[in-house]
Ligand binder design. Structure first.
Ligand SMILES: C[S@@+](CC[C@H](N)C(=O)[O-])C[C@H]1O[C@@H](n2cnc3c(N)ncnc32)[C@H](O)[C@@H]1O
Ligand code: SF4
Length: 383
C-alpha cells in the first residue's frame, strides 16, 4: 500500500509573532486545548474513510506551538488515529514542533513513550538582540536548555532558523549557523524572513545582494559540515531528511487535520486537494455539523493543475524533476511539452540535467519563483 502521512495543526502560541502567517492564536484567547483536541478527534472519526487505514509513514504535529499544550493531548490524538486503523510502528516518523522553553523532562518522556521520534525546534536565531527585535518570547539560553534536554536523550532534532532579519549582519548569521551545527543539529531549515512591504520588519533589512550572500554562506557552511540541501530551504545529513516534508514534495498522499490543515488524496484521476478553514470558530462549526464545508474547500485537480504541482514540488528537491516519473504520470507528449520549457532554461544556466532529472542550478535556486512561473500550466497549454 502507498505511503500516507498525517499533519495535525495545533494553533496555540505564547504570542502572535507579527511576521507569522500561520493560523494560530495566543493560547489564552481561544477555547482550551482539551476542547480543540476533542474537535480534531471528531474530525478523525468523521473523515476516517477518506483514506484507506494503514500504518502511517509519518505524523507531523505543527503549529502554532504543539509543545505548549499538555503532552497527554498529543498522545490522545495518536491513539485516536490508531483506533481507526491509522497506526504507527517503529518505522513511523513522528515529528513535533517545539518552541524553546515549552518542554520539560516530564513532557518529553510522555512524547517518547507515544513514539514521537523527531523534534523540530523553533530556534530562529541565537542572538538575543534579534529575538527581541522580532518580539519572540524566548532567549538563546532557553534554546540551549531545550537542546541540552533533547541531547540528554540522544534525540533526533531539527532547527528552524530565520535569516535576513532587520539589521542582521553576515557575522550574526554565521554565528547562528555555527551554533546550530555545534549543538548537533542534523537537520536545519533556514528560512529567509518574508513580510509584506508595509510591515514594520520590512525596514532595515539586508539588501538583496547581501541576502544572496547570506544564502551562499549558509549553503557553504552546512555543506562543509556534511549536510546536503535536499530541498530549497532544507539541509540534512544523509538519512536525516524529513520524511514528512518529502511526502509533500514527492506526490504522495497526506491527511491534514485541525485548523487550516491541507490534504491531498489520489482518489480522483489527477488527485484532489482539500483544506479546513483558517478561522477557529468556522472550523469548530463545521466539525460540529452546524456549518457546511463549502465548495471552495476542495479542488479536484485537472491534468494541467496536477502537472503544475508535480513540476513545482519536484523542482524544489535536489533530486529534481525526473523525466521517467513525468512520463509515467503524464505521458510522453506532456513530458515533451515540459522539455520544450526546460531547453532554454538549461541554456540560461537555471536548470541542468542530472542523470534523468531536471534540477535547479545554484543560479536557478536564487530565482526559483521565476522558474516555477514558467512551469505553471493552463488547461489550454495541454490541449
Ligand atoms: C509553523 S512555524 C512554527 C514553529 C514555531 N511555532 C516557532 O515559531 O518557532 C514554522 C517556521 O516557519 C518559519 N516562519 C514563520 N513565519 C515566517 C516568515 N514570515 N518568513 C519566513 N519564515 C517564517 C519559522 O522559522 C518557523 O519556525
Ligand atoms: S510562535 Fe511560531 S507559529 Fe506561533 S505566531 Fe510565532 S512564528 Fe507563528
Amino acid at each position: 500500500m502507498s505511503d500516507l502521512g498525517v499533519y495535525i495543526h495545533i494553533p496555540y502560541c505564547l504570542q502572535r509573532c507579527t511576521y507569522c502567517d500561520f493560523a494560530t492564536y495566543v493560547h489564552t484567547e481561544i477555547r482550551p486545548p482539551q476542547d480543540y483536541v476533542s474537535l480534531v478527534k471528531k474530525e478523525i472519526s468523521d473523515k476516517k474513510n477518506l483514506f484507506v487505514p494503514r500504518e502511517l509513514k509519518t505524523i507531523y504535529f505543527g503549529g502554532g506551538t504543539p509543545s505548549l499544550i499538555q503532552a497527554e493531548l498529543i498522545v490522545d490524538l495518536i491513539s485516536e488515529l490508531s483506533k481507526f486503523g491509522y497506526t504507527t510502528g517503529p518505522q513511523t516518523e513522528i515529528t513535533i514542533e517545539i518552541n524553546p522553553a515549552t518542554v520539560d523532562e516530564r513532557k518529553l518522556e510522555i512524547y517518547l513513550k507515544a513514539g514521537i521520534n523527531r523534534f523540530s525546534v523553533g530556534a530562529q536565531t541565537f542572538s538575543d538582540r534579534l529575538l527581541k527585535m522580532v518580539h519572540r518570547e524566548h532567549n538563546a539560553d532557553q534554546t540551549r536548555q531545550t537542546l541540552a534536554l533533547l541531547r540528554k536523550y540522544n534525540l533526533n532534532f531539527s532547527f528552524d532558523l530565520l535569516f535576513a532579519l532587520p539589521t542582521q549582519t553576515l557575522a550574526e548569521l554565521r554565528y547562528d549557523i555555527d551554533v546550530a551545527v555545534e549543538l548537533g543539529s542534523k537537520h536545519i531549515s533556514p528560512y529567509c524572513l518574508t513580510v509584506p512591504e508595509a510591515h514594520p520588519l520590512s525596514k532595515n533589512r539586508p539588501l538583496e545582494d547581501e541576502q544572496v550572500q547570506m544564502f551562499q554562506m549558509i549553503h557553504e557552511a552546512l555543506v562543509k559540515n556534511g549536510q546536503h540541501r535536499y530541498e530549497i530551504s532544507n539541509y540534512a545529513q544523509p538519512g536525516f531528511e524529513s520524511q514528512h516534508n518529502l511526502l509533500y514534495w514527492t506526490d504522495r498522499q497526506y491527511w491534514g487535520l485541525g485548523l487550516s490543515a491541507h490534504s491531498y488524496s489520489k482518489l480522483s484521476e489527477w488527485g484532489s486537494r482539500f483544506w479546513n478553514p483558517n478561522s477557529l470558530e468556522i472550523y469548530a462549526q463545521q466539525v460540529l455539523g452546524n456549518a457546511q464545508q463549502n465548495d471552495s474547500q476542495i479542488e479536484v485537480l485537472e491534468k494541467h493543475q496536477a502537472l503544475t504541482d508535480f513540476c513545482h514540488t519536484s523542482l524544489r528537491l535536489s533530486a529534481g524533476l525526473s523525466v521517467d516519473k513525468l512520463v509515467n504520470k503524464f505521458g510522453a507528449t506532456t513530458a515533451e511539452r515540459v522539455r520544450d520549457l526546460v531547453t532554454p532554461m538549461i541554456k540560461h544556466d537555471l536548470l541542468h540535467l542530472v542523470s534523468d532529472a531536471y534540477c535547479l542550478t545554484e543560479k536557478g535556486i536564487l530565482v526559483s519563483n521565476q522558474v516555477f512561473e514558467k512551469f505553471t500550466f493552463l488547461k489550454s497549454d495541454l490541449a
